[in-house]
Design a protein around this ligand. Structure first.
Ligand SMILES: Nc1ncnc2c1ncn2[C@@H]1O[C@H](COP(=O)(O)OP(=O)(O)OP(=O)(O)O)[C@@H](O)[C@H]1O
Ligand SMILES: [Mg+2]
Length: 580
């Protein structure tokens, strides 16, 4: 072969190799752009780079300017481990700081090389090629910011040459695009998770019945959703100096400080209305931490975040999260913002619940006031009975009859006690009903008087019938509401011309109200859960709360409810109350 032929063959071979490389780079580009999960992406990039560069090992570091460090993940046996380096330290750190490309044929002859990792792992580094990965350029003049560092170790046959540098550069620009994509994706995913959490908190607040239960649930939700090791919520209940209510997740209840925490605590004092978040990412350097109750919570906290629950009238509590389960426990700026939003959401929720509770208390007291004459009137009957029988007793000779009277008096005292308990329960908000003695016929008549005309005007028939003169012990307004809800459904289930009938009679010592319609019947698919909240069928704008309220009120009266329904024929609801 002539020299010229040799040169041509050589060129051809190089051309073929270049083409192969180009194909591989394209291939990598395609694969990378389809992987959005950052951990997977990192590992995939490192594998591909090692293969293409004929090297032994490569590492892709991500630059975290907030913490001033580089981090990466390495696959070790079945585990994925995170590694961290300071920007400016070691070869990769130097590249991150300066943006230089470093190509070293023999690491141990270069001052910038730090052999610590080799010593730890037993690996022997020889050649290193390390270059920055920059953000894709927006224009030709502008150099993109350094977002990563790609480091390739030990070329299999000798040191890295100029061609290797060129190849790695092409790879770096492909990688840069996928990193930016995956970064955007991760941020988007994070934002979605944050929105999800805020939404979940909001719906818990909206459906909660009481603050205690709400906060116990919330601290669990927040701790786990914020990927923290433990969480604590402190609340001030009584407008005194103490934050004595505590709700925790993953903390040993025995380690909680009880009622002794005040805003004077060395950490809590740092959290003010003006600077509502205190973040500590190294408790060993934090003097306040050592004096704070947080250090005694029974977990070795290296990092924590503490924020105030602020309302218009001041700080009503604190939310504290400890050690993230990822990123070495470190709380980031976005965690800070998130925790602040959560805290203000909770504070608002608690305040609203407290206001609502106060209003309900006032309403209940007003109701008691209005009903005072009825209550006193109801109390009078058993009292008179007691007087009467005490009188009789004092004159009664026969021991047996006296025993009988004593029995009657006991019964009457029981009735009295029950009545006062009912009033107290209502005042305390334990029940929503305030019962009083009421004639059955009056209940039916009043309801009829109120609704008959209206219903008939709409084209339905309204019938009512009472076959008893008995009394029952009910909250009249609440029972009318029960009738109303059932009647509303009945009318909705009938065509005009249909009949609604309200009747009351005595049956085995009980009073039975029956409310019947000649409508379509209950749809079979909801029969079993008819009285559950939010069960609705076949209506626009139905909340499905009507019958749930009915059932609650009936049960608070210690009554029960039955439903009998035939498709196409009609439905009858039967409500049983104890007779007086
Ligand atoms: N008398 C009835 N005849 C036929 N179906 C009924 C009758 N009563 C209730 N239902 C069915 O039970 C469902 C639940 O009733 P419920 O009163 O709890 O809620 P809703 O009527 O859908 O909503 P809302 O009461 O808020 O208007 C109704 O949607 C309806 O399908
Ligand atoms: Mg209804």
């Amino acid at each position: 072969m002539s020299d010229l032929e040799k040169q041509i063959a050589d060129l051809k071979a190089r051309l073929e190799r270049k083409e192969l490389e180009m194909q591989s780079i394209q291939q990598i580009g395609m694969t990378l752009s389809s992987v959005l999960n950052r951990d997977k992406l990192l590992i995939l990039i490192m594998d591909e780079v090692t293969r293409l560069m004929h090297a032994e090992r490569s590492t892709l570091f991500i630059v975290d300017n907030e913490k001033g460090e580089l981090w990466s993940k390495i696959a070790q046996k079945a585990e994925i481990k995170e590694i961290h380096l300071k920007i400016g330290v070691g070869i990769a750190g130097h590249v991150a700081a300066t943006g230089e490309v470093i190509n070293i044929p023999d690491a141990y002859n270069d001052d910038r090389f730090d052999p610590t990792t080799d010593k730890k792992t037993g690996y022997r580094t020889r050649s290193i090629l390390c270059m920055p990965i920059r953000e894709p350029r927006k224009s030709d003049e502008e150099k993109g910011e350094i977002i990563g560092v790609l480091q390739v170790l030990n070329k299999v046959d000798g040191a890295f040459g100029k061609e290797d540098e060129e190849l790695l550069k092409s790879l770096a620009s492909q990688i840069s695009i996928s990193l930016v994509n995956s970064h955007l994706y991760t941020r988007l995913e994070g934002k979605l998770n944050e929105l999800d959490l805020l939404f979940n908190i909001e719906s818990k607040i909206n459906t909660a019945a009481e603050v205690d239960e709400l906060l116990s649930e919330l601290i669990k939700l927040i701790t786990t959703s914020m990927k923290s090791t433990a969480g604590l919520l402190l609340l001030n209940e009584n407008d005194d100096a103490f934050f004595s209510k505590m709700y925790s997740h993953a903390l040993n209840a025995e380690n909680l400080p009880g009622s002794g925490v005040t805003a004077e605590d060395s950490i809590l004092a740092k959290v003010t209305s003006d600077s509502p978040v205190y973040v500590c990412n190294d408790t060993s350097q934090d003097k306040n931490y050592k004096r704070s109750f947080i250090s005694e919570l029974g977990i070795e906290t290296g990092h924590f975040i503490c924020t105030a629950l602020k309302t218009g009238s001041g700080i009503i509590g604190y939310l504290i999260l400890m050690d993230k389960t990822e990123h070495h426990g470190y709380f980031s700026q976005s965690d800070e913002k998130m925790v602040e939003s959560i805290a203000s959401q909770i504070a608002r929720g608690i305040q609203n619940m407290r206001l609502l509770e106060e209003k309900m208390k006032a309403d209940r007291l007003a109701t008691i006031g209005n009903m005072m004459s009825t209550i006193v009137h109801d109390l009078r009957t058993p009292m008179n009975n007691i007087y009467g029988f005490v009188d009789l007793m004092s004159e009664e000779e026969s021991e047996e009859t006296r025993q009988e009277y004593a029995g009657i008096i006991n019964e009457q005292i029981k009735i009295l006690t029950n009545m006062t308990t009912d009033v107290l329960d209502f005042a305390k908000g334990k029940t929503t009903i305030l019962p009083a003695k009421y004639p059955v016929n009056k209940l039916v008549d009043e309801f009829t008087r109120f609704f008959k005309d209206d219903v008939e005007r709409k084209g339905y028939k309204f019938e009512s019938e009472v076959n008893t003169a008995s009394m029952i012990y009910v909250d009249r307004d609440k029972v009318s509401r029960v009738f109303m809800n059932i009647m509303k459904n009945a009318l909705e289930a009938m065509e005009p011309g249909g009949t609604f009938k309200l009747a009351a009679e005595e049956e085995n010592g009980e009073i039975v109200f029956s409310l019947a319609d000649t409508g379509s019947g209950i749809p079979p698919e909801i029969q079993d859960k008819l009285f559950d909240s939010f069960v609705t069928s076949g209506k626009e704008g139905g909340t499905g709360l009507g019958l749930a309220i009915v059932k609650k009120v009936v049960e608070e009266h210690k009554g029960r409810i039955e439903v009998h329904s035939k498709p196409g024929k009609g439905t009858t609801f039967k409500i049983y109350f104890p007779k007086l």
